[in-house]
Every structure is written in C-alpha cells, then in structure tokens.
Ligand binder design. Structure first.
Ligand code: ARG
Length: 495
C-alpha cells in the first residue's frame, strides 16, 4: 500500500487494520471544506512569502480539479487512505508531483486541519438547525394566535389541575424553542474560533497569518492557544448538549400530541402523511412519526454520552480517539435536523378539535383553585378558603353534582361547619367557577392563560423570533462573504 506518511515504517497495515483505522467514510462530509481549507492555507502561505506564486497556481489548479472530480462523482476513496486529508494530498502530488504538491501541507498538521473542517461543517449544520427551530416557533405562534380562547384542561400528576387554553400551551413551547435557539446561537459563537495555524500541537516555524485564513474561511476569531486549538473537543460536547436539550423539549411535546391523538382525548388528528397503520389492526392510525421524534431523542443523548466518554480520560494533545468524534457529531446533526422538520410538519398539518378540548372541561373541578381564591378575596384566609372549597368539592362529588350546579348555600354551609363563619357568597358563583371563558378572563397573573395575556405573548414572541431570524441571516451572510473572499482570492491565481 502506498502511503504518504508511512516512510518511517517498514510494514503497511493489512486490509483489516486499514479498515479499522481509516476515517474516510465519516470524512466525506468534510471533503469540499477540506479543499477550501487547504486553498485558504496555501493562499495565505503565498501572501506571507512562504510559497512561490507558480507553486500556488499549480496547487490551486490541482485542488480545483479534485473538487470538480468529486462533484462529478468520479472519485473512489478507499480504506487504503487514512483519511481524506491523506487522499487529497496524495491526489495533488499525483497531479503535479511531489516537488510542488509536497509544499501544500507546510505549516499545518492534520490535527488543526481536521478541527477546522469539523468546525466549518458544524457551523453550517447549526445554522440549518437554528432555521428549523425558528420555523417551528413560527408554526406554533400562528396556531397559538388562533387558540387564545380555546379552553382545555391542564394536568399535573396526570390529574386535572386548572383551566388553560391550547394557545397558551403552544406558547409554553415557543418559549422553550426560543431558548433552544439562544443556546444554539451561543454555542455557534464558541465554535466560531479558527484552529488553523496551530499545526500538530505547538505551532510552526512558518510565519503563518491566522487572521487571514480566518477571514477566508469565515471565522470570527482564532482559537489562540495551539494546544487547546488542536486537542479540545468541548465545543463538540456542547453541540451535542444543546441538541440533546432541544430534542428533550421536542420529545415532550411529541408525547402530548401522541396522547391527544388517542380516542380518549381526540384533541388533535395527526394528518395521514405523518401517520402509519398496523399490519393486523385495520382501524389503526398511529402517530408514529411523533413517537419517533421521541425515540430518536435517545439517539441524540447517545451522541452526547459518546463524546463525553471519548474525551474524558484523554491526556492533553491529539489522540486518534478524537477521530471518532465526527461520527457522533454527524449523527447528532442529522437526527436533530430531521426531527425538527418532522415535528414542524406534523404540527402544521394536524387538525385541532377544539370541541373535544372543551368537552373535557365540562363537569371538571379544574376551577377549584379559582373558587378558593374568590372566597379568599372576602373574609377567609387562603387556607380557610382552600379547606372550604375542598369540603364543597367532596360534597358535590358525593351528590353526583358538579361546579356548574354550585349554589351560594353549598359554600356557606361548609364555611359555617368548618370555621363557624357566616360568609357572603354571590349568587353568580357557579358561573364564575364553571364557565371556562369567564374563568380564563378572571386570571390576573402575568403569563397566565388569560386570552389577552396569551395574545400579547404571541405577538411578543413573534417579534423576538423575527429578531433572531435576522441575526441568523447575518451569520449566513458572513459565510457567504467569506466564501466570496476565498473565491476572489483563488480567482487571482487561477484566472
Ligand atoms: N483522521 C484524523 C481525524 O479524523 C485526523 C488525522 C490525525 N492523525 C494524526 N496522526 N495526527 O481525527
């Protein structure tokens, strides 16, 4: 086996070891970034007076050809290459000889090279996931806006708790996903440091210009310390953490929707494009895409575990173990990206059955808190009012009645029994604590499901989303500008 790097070694890998050792499969995702990284590095070497112009011209020409052959699907990259870095350098040398092609890698190591490639891929992936998250926020905001007055039962401990609205429920998730966006953006900012120019671990004698390669490759800063730049993977663990949290949030929402699609609730009907059926039970419409959003959350958590375990015991510096980080990271990106799209698709196409939500509120004791609070506004302390309400509810349940049948006397009787107090209760009490819209409108706390409160929240969140969308556009534009800078710099030597 011919190899660029095995000069010191008497024997080659056998096929099995080569296959065990190579990273070419997972490297393919970085192929074009790797070429761009090399072009930027070599242009910089020339600008610094380290590489002759005619050498640069030949190297750029060879790299350009390789890129085109790759894009045309003409390249076969096997396990005889340790990685695409070896493959591409070998190809360049094949094309223009070792005297010139052999200058391509001066002042660089595969250790800073692979880091810069991974970070370039990661930045684009994070941007795409951020776009999906903001799309999801938009979908939820639009639906929420139509359902600020759609009453539904809220549950804690799986038990009916308080009156809420479907719009307010959705806003609970716009807020979570907006925080997911913030986490992705902050994580992006920490990925945005250029490691190139750090070489293997301790820099290089060549006077490389690290700011120039940052400019050509779209990095805002340099990863300064050469040891940190080549050996750290905290940024990769952070990506997997941030994506795991996003998946956790989506998974929980998916669980609600799966439950609500069932006959017992029928709050939503998941559209056929997002449902499957059974091989034996002909009646089944399974919300299985949402179940998979939840199921695949485990996969993303797995990537976090994998990365943390990989890094944990490593001495400082590059070790081959780190080659494996790409596999986990790519899987985290792919799974999360698809999951955000699927959830958005399922939610934006589902039918919402507000009548079923309303039905569930009928005869429920979800207004008990509000009854206690009404009583506590008068002569009773909250705890007295709580106890009176509990007594009233117990009596109603025993008589097979509901809050809709509540009379002032029901309340007065219990207050007298428990505390010997004669209290004033308005005759309209039943309406206050059984009419969902009135009960919602009586809520006063900021952030409650009061319809006006939710309408304001939707507006506010959509504005925030708009701001984040622009911020994201700006990040995208920066990469476009960098790509343009690189293209122009290349054109100067290849035109
Ligand atoms: N293929 C390696 C990786 O993916 C990069 C090469 C580092 N190898 C080395 N001998 N320093 O991490």
């Amino acid at each position: 086996m011919s190899s660029l790097f095995r000069t010191r070694l008497a024997k080659g890998f056998d096929d099995r070891t080569a296959r065990f050792h190579t990273s070419v499969v997972e490297d393919l995702r970085m192929f074009e970034y790797d070429i761009d990284g090399t072009m930027a590095h070599d242009i910089m070497l020339h600008e610094q007076g380290i590489m002759e112009k005619e050498d640069l011209v030949k190297i750029l020409g060879a790299l350009q050809e390789i890129k085109e052959e790759w894009q045309a699907g003409k390249l076969q990259i096997g396990a005889e290459n340790e990685d695409i870095h070896e493959y591409i350098e070998t190809k360049v040398i094949e094309k223009i000889g070792i005297e010139v092609g052999g200058k391509m890698h001066a002042g660089r190591s595969r250790n800073d090279q692979v880091m810069v490639d991974m970070k370039m891929v990661s930045k684009v992936e994070l941007q795409e996931i951020a776009v999906n998250v903001l799309n999801l926020v938009k979908t939820l905001g639009e639906i929420a806006d139509k359902h600020t007055e759609t009453p539904m039962v809220y549950y804690t401990h799986g038990q009916q708790a308080q009156i809420g609205t479907f719009g307010h429920y959705l806003c609970a998730y716009t807020d979570q996903y907006l925080r997911d966006y913030q986490r992705i953006k902050q994580c992006y900012d920490r990925v945005n440091y250029n490691p190139l120019g750090s070489a293997a671990i301790a820099g290089t004698n060549f006077r490389v210009n690290r700011l120039r390669t940052s400019e050509l490759l779209g990095f805002d800063y340099i990863a300064e310390n050469s040891m940190d730049a080549t050996s750290s993977r905290d940024w990769a663990m952070e990506i997997a953490s941030v994506l795991s949290i996003l998946m956790a949030n989506m998974s929980r929402m998916a669980t609600d929707l799966v439950m609500w699609a069932g006959k017992e609730y029928q709050y939503v009907t998941i559209s056929d494009e997002y449902s499957s059926s059974s091989s034996i039970m002909p009646q089944k419409i399974n919300p299985s895409t949402l179940e998979l959003v939840r199921g695949k959350t485990a996969e993303v958590y797995g990537t976090l575990q994998e990365l943390m375990t990989m890094v944990k015991g490593l001495p400082t510096g590059y070790y081959q173990d780190l080659q494996q980080t790409k596999i986990a990271l790519w899987r985290a990106f792919d799974t999360t990206k698809t999951a955000t799209e699927i959830l958005n698709g399922a939610v934006s196409t589902m039918t919402i059955n507000e009548d079923k939500m309303l039905d569930q509120t009928k005869g429920s004791f979800i207004y008990a808190v509000q009854l206690a609070e009404v009583l506590a506004e008068e002569t009773l302390s909250f705890r007295e009012a709580y106890k009176v309400t509990a007594g009233v509810v117990a009596n109603l349940v025993e008589d097979g009645r509901t809050l809709e049948d509540l009379t002032a006397e029901d309340v007065q009787k219990v207050a007298k029994e428990l505390f010997g107090k004669d209290i004033n209760v308005s005759s309209g009490i039943a309406d206050k604590v059984s009419n969902p819209i009135k009960a919602l409108n009586n809520l006063r706390s900021p952030g409650s499901p009061h319809p006006a409160e939710t309408a304001m929240a939707v507006e506010n969140r959509m504005e925030l989303r708009e701001r984040y969308w622009k911020e994201l556009d700006f990040l995208k534009i920066k990469l476009v500008i960098a790509a343009d800078n690189l293209k122009n710099a290349i054109a100067k030597y290849t035109a």
